[in-house]
Design a protein around this ligand. Structure first.
Ligand code: IPM
Ligand code: MN
Length: 358
């Protein structure tokens, strides 16, 4: 297959984990005779330094011409003083909206064998968890009006939480459809006791739920959900929530599965180009040290092959190579528990070799 994958390495550990994913994608190209047309473009803070904007026109155009996009991470303390509209993080938000993407999908599995890495109490972790978080990304407080203004007490800043009925219907439909391929349970998470946008969210989800009588729907407030994920994560199947609450819960899921470095994700729209990437951030504290875990980026590349290119065999080869490499005992620092560990590039090389030899 000949196709075009745009790589947005971004900032911090982004370039290191994307280089790791590239090594693995190169192994897939050689083994299965593909040309993925891997092409790297500036994005986030490095693009800001280079061109004055976090999402340059050329980067956006390259993404639009691609079959799929693989992103590293954006942001870092050196851009803390940049105005919100031009921050590195805006690159990702603008790219999602320019590509018409509205749903973030975050699968998180806690394997009982990896329970020691989990932040959960041992007896809870032992029961395992298999959760898919579905996150609305086109509306909500990330995308409402924001700015500065003069208030009664002087200057103030504001962000607006906005949800349209149609945006909630569309994401709810997706969550219910996905639940049908799983355990048929949806937990919709909001703050409907306080927020107007959450009230509309809850009423809309209830209406959509009527079309899926075979799927169980429960509503939870964000605080309650955060607690239940710690006490009975095994009772969750699909979590449906907004952009901001989703951001928080994904981080909690990372701690629950014990592997913030290992979780992949994708952001999709209807028939549009999708963006794939690990859930971790740019981790400035370990950037440039070859110490990151590339597995989240590598599993995201596998998701990309399966979902955007239909290459299921190739994706399965990557998943298997990751498992083989972990079974051999190779660990990056974050999952080594004080034992011996390898560098980011070494981990990626080993996975690439295992893909090639599988
Ligand atoms: C993520 C990131 C982004 C988000 C930021 C960088 C805009 O944290 O993908 O979770 O919150 O959506
Ligand atoms: Mn996040």
């Amino acid at each position: 297959m000949n196709c075009r994958i745009t790589l947005l390495k971004g900032d911090g550990i982004g370039p290191e984990v994307i280089d790791g994913a590239t090594a693995v994608l190169n192994a897939v190209e050689r083994k299965f005779c593909h040309d993925f047309g891997l092409n790297s473009m500036p994005f986030g803070g490095n693009a800001l330094d280079l061109t004055g904007v976090p999402l340059p026109e050329e980067t956006l155009n390259a993404c639009k011409r691609s079959d799929a996009v693989l992103v590293g991470a954006v942001g870092g303390p050196q851009w803390n003083d940049i105005k919100p509209h031009n921050r590195p993080e805006r690159a990702l938000i603008s790219l999602r909206s320019a590509l018409g993407l509205y749903a973030g999908l975050y699968p998180a599995v806690l394997y009982p064998a990896l329970a020691p890495s989990s932040a959960l109490r041992a007896d809870v972790a032992k029961r395992g968890a298999d959760i898919l978080l579905v996150r609305e990304l086109s509306g909500g407080i990330y995308n409402g009006e924001h700015g500065y203004r003069d208030g009664a007490l002087g200057q103030e800043a504001y962000d607006t939480d906005v949800y349209s009925i149609s945006a909630v219907e569309r994401i709810a439909d997706m969550a219910f459809e996905l639940a049908r391929t799983r355990k048929r349970r949806v937990a919709s998470v909001d703050k409907a006791n306080v927020l107007t946008a959450s009230k509309l969210w809850r009423a809309t989800v209830d209406r959509v739920a009527k079309g899926y009588p075979d799927v169980e729907i429960v509503h939870k407030h964000i605080g309650n959900c955060a607690v239940e994920l710690l006490t009975r994560p095994d009772e969750f199947d699909v979590i449906l929530t907004s952009g901001l609450f989703g951001d928080m819960l994904v981080s909690e899921l990372a701690a629950i599965t014990g592997s913030i470095g290992m979780l992949p994700s994708c952001v999709v729209g209807k028939g549009a180009i999708s963006i794939y990437g690990a859930v971790h951030g740019s981790a400035p504290d370990i950037a440039g040290k070859d110490a990151a875990n590339p597995i989240g980026a590598i599993l995201s590349a596998a998701m990309l092959l399966a979902s955007s290119l239909g290459l299921r065999t190739e994706a399965a080869a990557i998943d298997k190579a990751v498992k083989t490499t972990l079974a051999k005992g190779l660990r990056t620092k974050d999952i080594a528990h004080g034992k011996k560990y390898v560098t980011c590039s070494r981990m990626a090389e080993e996975i690439a070799i295992n893909v090639f030899n599988a």
